[in-house]
Design a protein around this ligand. Structure first.
Ligand code: ADP
Ligand code: MG
Length: 868
């Protein structure tokens, strides 16, 4: 995604236009309009300027070359004084949103420069001003958002690899969070949050040719700039001394003490960068936030980037698809806010036992109440995205139709509350009391807003009849005129004897009487000709003109009044924004709980016992996704028993898992991790029994060979990640190693795998699953009580193998690579040669293992000997 704006620039349209970069233009030598443009444009380097001219947004110079190419619109020219004809490309204001989507999706930013006065009344050049800068992270327009995902804007500050600050917010939901962390943790957090835009420090780079945008280049490691859309900002944005003030302004508070931020200088600075950016992007209607939440990574399960990807939480590794992900299995939510929250829960399993139990209690209660659950699932779809709607209310940007959606959603809430009355767990009982203020919101909207209000705020059709006496009078007046017109038409027909005479209206000519040419002779003398068409003449009369003036006047006063009444209502609703936001949050939680309960029932999951032991004990456990992809009953369940309790030597802390390719090693390991993750997010799990001692981190390392997603399947990457795990994992962590060491020669690989295993077992003491083809590792069991061998079983008959997918104690006797090769149709001669070679090599290997065993025996015997 390193694609910067400049790479999309079209070839210069030579000859027709003078393609000069706007930066090099001297306003004194250009026409007044171009001079105005240049002045505005110079304040927005790297940003395309949409310059309002009547019904169009025009772009000029390099911006025009870019928009013409990207949006496939016509490139024209405009006279610019001494600069001759400069490139220009315009888009109609009415269709702007679709064009904006396209520009934003290609990582461009757009500044909207509006006319600040009525051109008809302006003396000289119309005043213009930028009112908004649009970027991926600051859009609020519904059509530019994905309903089921958050739209996170993040900012980073970095002192060194140990001290970084991260802030992120979603303008559409009012969330704003900050934390301090190490660089490695930062990478993992970004991978979880997936911001649509990241604000980073940047260096200025001047455009060097006419086809480029002046821009900033990110001044951060490529890990970030290559993988995310970064918006580099200059030093201004990072000036720590201003931060406090920017944030107090943004949050409309007098002090930041309450958020516990001053103790976190880097987080604070990052938050300030967001504040800075927002204040520059929203020149009017600055969005509001529900405060800033300072969170700690200790509250949630740490996962390394590979774990997130390899466990396929939100999308599959292959093709990045939703179907086949954990989210796909667990998502039975009925609202988009529920879906967004479910994504967050999956992404951030908890480490707090009380919180985990509260969620599990809620799921269990809904599992036990099928009728209520069904009814909830019936009501929830009627509830719109009140989280985003309430943010619009808070930002005073709600449109009439948003308010109707809000009203209809609130209307369903009392039913929901009543439904939940018999239930008593914490999360669910929170929704039992329907806040009476919501009735007030509903009534306010209901009284004021028409059931199907117009889209345009300025053309009436918004306010309900009976809401405002004066408005009703005006409407009557307008309506009376319409009746009058109908009468007038009848009267004129009678008077002239022309049956086809019509009284009509159009916006360009106003009211007129239309008579076909054939009947022109019947037109009375007091008709004044207004317009001539091919087959008809259009006339007006003094009486008609008079009425026209009255109608238009009444109408425009009506529109204005409706607009004002609407604005007034929006202002009134502002007071209810916090309660709406709170309500949205509660509904979202209920939606996630019912989703988890629904899946639990349908997929036959069980409530896990999560405690602070160091065990993982699963009976008849299944992989939630693979199980669902296979025909019913085809998935073979397995047991798991692990413990990292130093006193508990009967249960292994590390399982070395061997078995041929395709036996099910990777599936087995991932299912353990997924079950732990599900339990700690508050979900039931696919097993007949599950006891899980709290896990503080899930780390996986997948051998380079199996790592489909990273194009760079080098041994270095593999070792890097292994190093990170060895540094990050604790006695509470769960580590999955899937064929680590395969990226290098066998002996190197075995040695590394061996040493890594011993370090994990003895030094870290984490619960570990290690799938390997190195049968040499099976000897570890004999020298280390914490390590045990397991194998995924196959049966062999007549040289053919069958996969049983059952995991049992013991080491796999062979890897069956040659059998698999045979099944694949490798010629017999090759197979025979391979078999001979294998036998030879196995003999050699046995000798090595024997030597190692002797060595180990001597080590352990040595101290005893010295006793004598
Ligand atoms: P390995 O890592 O040993 O090569 P995988 O875990 O990738 O094997 O599994 C290969 C395939 O076997 C999976 O795609 C799945 O379809 C099937 N499989 C794995 N485990 C089971 C199981 N317990 N029950 C049924 N099918 C399974
Ligand atoms: Mg595998």
């Amino acid at each position: 995604m390193r694609e910067t704006a400049t790479q999309n620039v079209p070839p210069v349209a030579q000859g027709q236009y003078n393609t000069i970069n706007s930066l090099t233009v001297d306003p004194a030598k250009a026409t007044p309009m171009v001079a105005q443009f240049i002045e505005v444009k110079s304040q927005y380097p790297g940003i395309i300027l949409f310059y309002r001219m009547g019904d169009f947004y025009e772009t000029f110079f390099e911006d025009a070359l870019i928009t013409a190419r990207v949006l496939e619109i016509t490139l024209t020219g405009r006279e610019a004084g001494q600069y001759g004809r400069i490139p220009m490309a315009g888009i109609p204001v009415k269709a702007a949103e679709a064009y904006l989507t396209k520009l934003l999706s290609q990582n461009f930013k757009v500044a909207i420069c509006e006319q600040m006065e009525d051109p008809a009344q302006a003396k000289g050049l119309v005043k213009r001003q930028v009112v908004r800068v649009l970027s991926s992270g600051t859009v609020t327009e519904q059509s530019l958002l994905r309903p089921e995902e958050n739209n996170f804007l993040a900012a980073l500050t970095m002192k060194d690899k140990q001290q970084c600050g991260l802030a992120y917010c979603d303008i559409t939901t009012g969330q704003f969070l900050v934390t301090e962390l190490t660089y490695l943790e930062l990478l993992s957090e970004l991978d979880r949050i997936r911001p649509v835009e990241i604000l980073v420090k940047g260096k200025k780079r001047r455009a060097t040719s006419a086809q480029e945008l002046d821009e900033f280049l990110p001044d951060i490691p490529a890990d970030i700039s290559d993988n995310y859309r970064c918006t580099p900002l200059g030093d201004d944005a990072f000036r720590a001394s201003d931060t406090q003030f920017i944030l107090m302004d943004l949050l409309k508070v007098k002090s930041l003490e309450g958020f516990g931020l001053p103790a976190l200088p880097f987080a604070l600075q990052a938050a300030g960068v967001i504040g800075y950016y927002i204040s520059r992007n929203f020149l009017e209607n600055t969005p509001v936030f529900n405060g800033i939440r300072n969170y700690s990574l200790q509250q949630t399960v740490t996962m390394n980037t590979t774990a997130r990807r390899n466990l396929e939480l939100l999308a599959t590794v292959k093709n990045n698809q939703y179907e086949g992900s954990l989210l796909w299995v667990l998502n039975r939510t009925c609202t988009s806010m529920g879906t967004r929250l479910l994504r967050q829960w999956i992404n951030q399993p908890l480490t707090n036992l009380n919180e985990i139990h509260s969620r599990l209690d809620g799921v269990e209660e809904l599992v036990m109440s099928p009728a209520i659950r069904e009814s909830i699932r019936h009501i929830l779809p009627d509830i719109y995205d009140i989280e985003r709607l309430s943010t619009k209310v808070a930002n005073i940007t709600a449109q009439p139709r948003d308010l109707i959606a809000l009203k209809q959603s609130i209307a369903r809430m009392p039913d929901l509350s009543n439904l939940l009355k018999p239930l008593e767990t914490f999360y669910i009982s929170r929704l039992q009391a329907f806040p009476p203020e919501l009735f007030k919101v509903m009534a306010l909207i209901d009284q004021a807003i028409d059931e199907t209000p117009a889209l345009n705020l300025k053309e009436g059709g918004i306010i309900r009849q009976g809401y405002h006496a004066e408005l009703d009078q005006m409407r009557d007046l307008v309506r009376n005129h319409e009746i009058w017109l109908a009468d007038y038409e009848a009267e004129q027909r009678e008077r002239t004897g022309v049956k086809t005479l019509k009284v009509s209206f159009n916006s360009a000519f106003g009211y007129f009487i239309e008579v076909t040419r054939a009947n022109s002779s019947a037109v009375p003398a007091d008709y004044h000709r207004k317009q001539t068409l091919t087959n008809a003449e259009r006339y007006t009369t003094d009486v008609l003109k008079n009425h026209e003036a009255q109608v238009l006047d009444a109408q425009s006063r009506q529109y204005e009044l409706e607009y004002n009444l609407f604005i007034e209502l929006r202002q009134k609703l502002l007071a209810y924004a916090p309660i709406l936001a709170d309500c949205a949050q509660r509904v979202a939680v209920l939606d996630v709980l019912q989703s988890l309960a629904t899946v639990a029932v349908e997929q036959n999951y069980v409530r896990p016992k999560v405690d602070d032991s160091y065990e993982i004990n699963l009976q008849q456990s299944r992989h939630p996704v693979v199980e669902k992809m296979l025909p019913l009953g085809r998935f073979v369940p397995n047991c798991v028993s692990l413990s990292s309790d130093y006193k508990e030597y009967k249960i292994p802390q590390m399982m070395i898992i061997t078995g041929p390719n395709m036996a099910g090693k990777s599936t087995y390991m991932r299912q353990v991790a997924l079950i732990v993750l599900m339990a700690q997010m508050g979900s039931f799990v696919p097993a007949s029994y599950a006891r899980i001692g709290l896990v503080d981190g899930i780390y996986t390392r997948v051998g380079a060979v199996d790592d489909l997603s990273s194009g760079q399947s080098t041994f270095m990457v593999e070792m890097n990640e292994t190093a990170q795990i060895l540094h990050g994992a604790t006695q509470r962590s769960l580590v999955l190693l899937d064929e680590v060491g395969r990226g290098t020669s066998t002996y190197d690989g075995v040695s590394i795998a061996w040493a890594v295993s011993e370090y994990m077992a003895n030094k870290i003491g984490c619960r570990t699953l290690f799938a390997t083809h190195y049968h040499e590792l099976n000897t570890l069991e004999q020298t280390n009580l914490k390590i045990a061998n397991y194998r995924v079983c196959v049966t062999e008959a007549n040289g053919e193998i069958e996969f049983l997918h059952t995991v049992e104690p013991g080491a796999a006797q062979k890897s069956y690579g040659i059998q698999v090769a045979k099944m694949a149709g490798i010629p017999g001669e090759v197979i025979q040669k391979a078999e001979a070679l294998l036998t030879q090599m196995q003999k050699k290997e046995l000798a090595v293992v024997e030597a190692r065993r002797k060595e180990k025996a001597e080590e352990t015997e040595a101290p005893q000997l010295s006793l004598f």
